[in-house]
Design a protein around this ligand. Structure first.
Ligand code: HEC
Length: 114
């Protein structure tokens, strides 16, 4: 997909200047929308225990996510994945976060923690 855009872009670079400008803007817009991560389906899953805004103690046990720092959130979430973090109920968290990428975890940190 991206290489196709680049080929098209090179073709347009050979044309006049206005076309170049318009196309550059289009490329920037489409790239940012390609990179945007849709975390809504993930936050719905977490909401069952942590609340929609991360405002609850999950199963009356966890820290309140939106009161953690982003660093704590990221360390905890990545730690559940590799087993280096967690308390008595960490076995519950591992399958919740196992499939998340680093990018998704960072997007979640931005979503929950202002
Ligand atoms: C089935 C309920 C449940 C779901 C769903 C769930 N969690 Fe949890 N979460 C918990 C529990 C229980 C803990 C505390 C686990 C422990 O003992 O370490 C926890 C802990 C955490 C912590 C660390 C908080 C602390 O106390 O240090 C983070 C961060 C977290 N969850 C993020 C998420 C994210 C992100 C999702 C969605 C992808 C999610 N959780 C989905 C139950 C859940």
């Amino acid at each position: 997909m991206l290489s196709y855009v680049i080929i098209l872009y090179n073709k347009f670079l050979q044309k006049d200047n206005d076309m170049k400008k318009i196309f550059t803007i289009l490329v920037i817009i489409s790239c940012t929308s390609l990179m945007a991560i849709d975390i809504a389906p993930i936050t719905k899953k977490c909401a069952g225990c942590h609340g929609l805004k991360g405002e609850k103690k999950a199963l009356n046990k966890s820290k309140i996510m939106n009161q953690m720092t982003k660093e704590e959130f990221i360390t905890a979430t990545k730690g559940y994945k590799d087993g280096s973090y967690g308390g008595a109920m960490k076995a519950i968290m591992k399958p919740q976060v196992m499939a998340l990428s680093d990018e998704q975890i960072e997007a979640l940190a931005d979503f929950y923690i202002k």
